[in-house]
Each structure stands twice: as structure tokens, then as C-alpha cells.
Design a protein around this ligand. Structure first.
Ligand code: GDP
Length: 192
């Protein structure tokens, strides 16, 4: 799939008509600092469409980007950012859960993990909720560029054992590795 157009549409914090438009949504979720924003920017082949870098945890809205006039990339706030006050962390976790449970036209989920760190308790809980509600999930293991071949194989095995039965793609938003594979999967997702 080729991305030919990207347009930021809006950020939401609660119910909004955009959720129920008959346009597929591909939602990106993950712990703060796993490189979710960098990955979205890499897939869109743009530098700063999605805020990334210096201040993890700063995006507290659910941001909608219209892609190829065909579907939405939905950037969910990063969770588990330790420097946020507990009530704000709780609010973000609730907002993400609400988005997953809300019945929308069509929604697929990309869970982003840091390959070196693997799944946190919150990632495992997110997967449990998504499974319970039968949501299709792709797990991407980002930052593979920081590992050598041996470490990479060991981490893939380790993570697969912790979260069995989900499709996994290894990638790096720094080098672009795995980007095409992710876009192919997304293209399948929105056509299913
Ligand atoms: P987010 O909080 O999940 O949106 O994470 P960001 O996209 O802001 O990235 C967090 C940090 O990880 C930044 O310093 C990025 O430069 C870095 N980063 C993101 N993706 C990669 C990657 O694939 N490889 C490496 N080595 N660093 C990355």
C-alpha cells in the first residue's frame, strides 16, 4: 500500500461523530516512549505529523488522521508514563479502554512494543481486553535496530512466549525496517 495523502482531522477526548463514520479505523496504542509516534510518522513518511520525542505522555487526546481519503490512523495516548500524576494516568487508561469497547464502524488495533523491553503488565491487560471483545490486533516490536541478530531472535522468542497467538511484525521507525510489512497488514485489515 502506498500512502498518498495524510490529513490531521481532529483530537477527541470522548464521544464524537467521527467514531461512527463509515470509514475504517486503524488504532495505534502502546506504552509511552515505545516509539509509537515515530512509527506512525515513519509509516506516513512524514517528519512531524504526529508529535514525538522530548516529552513522552504529552498527547492526551485520541488523534484522527485521514489516510488516502480511505481510512483513519487513530493515535491513542501513550499509557503508563511514570511522570504523569496517577489521576491523569488513570484518565488515559480509561479513555483507551472506552475507545476499544465502543462499537465503531470498523476498527483494527496495532499494539506497539519496544522489542528490548517486551510487554508490560498494561500491554498484557490491553491484549486481554482486545481479545475479550474480539478485536483484531497486530503487535509490532519496534526499535529492532538496537539489537544484534542473536538478541533479536532471543527477544522474539521471549515475547512470543509471553503473548502467544498474536501476529507479530518486527520493525524500526529509525531505519524503516518492517514498515512495508506493517502497511501491507494494514491494507489487509481495512479490506477485511
Ligand atoms: P512514543 O512516546 O511511543 O510516541 O515514542 P516516541 O516516538 O516519542 O519515541 C520515543 C523515543 O524513542 C525517541 O527518543 C525516539 O527517537 C526513539 N525511537 C523511536 N523509534 C525508534 C526506533 O525504531 N529505534 C530507535 N533506536 N529509537 C527509536
Amino acid at each position: 500500500m502506498k500512502i498518498t495523502s495524510t490529513q490531521f482531522v481532529k483530537g477527541i477526548r470522548g464521544t464524537n461523530d467521527i467514531l461512527y463514520e463509515e470509514i475504517p479505523q486503524v488504532a495505534f496504542v502502546g506504552r509511552s516512549n515505545v516509539g509509537k509516534s515515530s512509527l506512525i510518522n515513519c509509516l506516513l513518511n512524514v517528519k512531524n505529523s504526529v508529535k514525538s520525542g522530548k516529552k513522552p505522555g504529552k498527547t492526551k487526546e485520541i488523534n484522527f488522521f485521514r489516510i488516502n481519503n480511505e481510512f483513519y490512523f487513530v493515535d491513542l495516548p501513550g499509557y503508563g508514563y511514570a511522570k504523569l500524576p496517577p489521576d491523569e494516568r488513570e484518565q488515559i487508561a480509561r479513555m483507551i479502554q472506552w475507545y476499544f469497547l465502543e462499537e465503531v464502524f470498523k476498527r483494527k488495533v496495532v499494539l506497539v512494543l519496544d522489542i528490548k523491553v517486551g510487554p508490560s503488565a498494561m500491554d498484557i491487560e490491553t491484549l486481554r481486553i482486545l481479545r475479550e471483545y474480539n478485536r483484531d490486533v497486530l503487535v509490532v516490536l519496534n526499535k529492532v535496530d538496537v539489537l544484534n541478530q542473536k538478541e533479536k531472535s532471543a527477544q522474539i522468542k521471549n515475547i512470543t512466549e509471553q503473548i502467544p497467538g498474536v501476529e507479530i511484525i518486527v520493525c524500526s521507525s529509525k531505519t524503516g525496517e518492517g514498515g512495508e510489512q506493517i502497511l501491507e497488514k494494514i491494507s489487509e485489515f481495512i479490506r477485511e
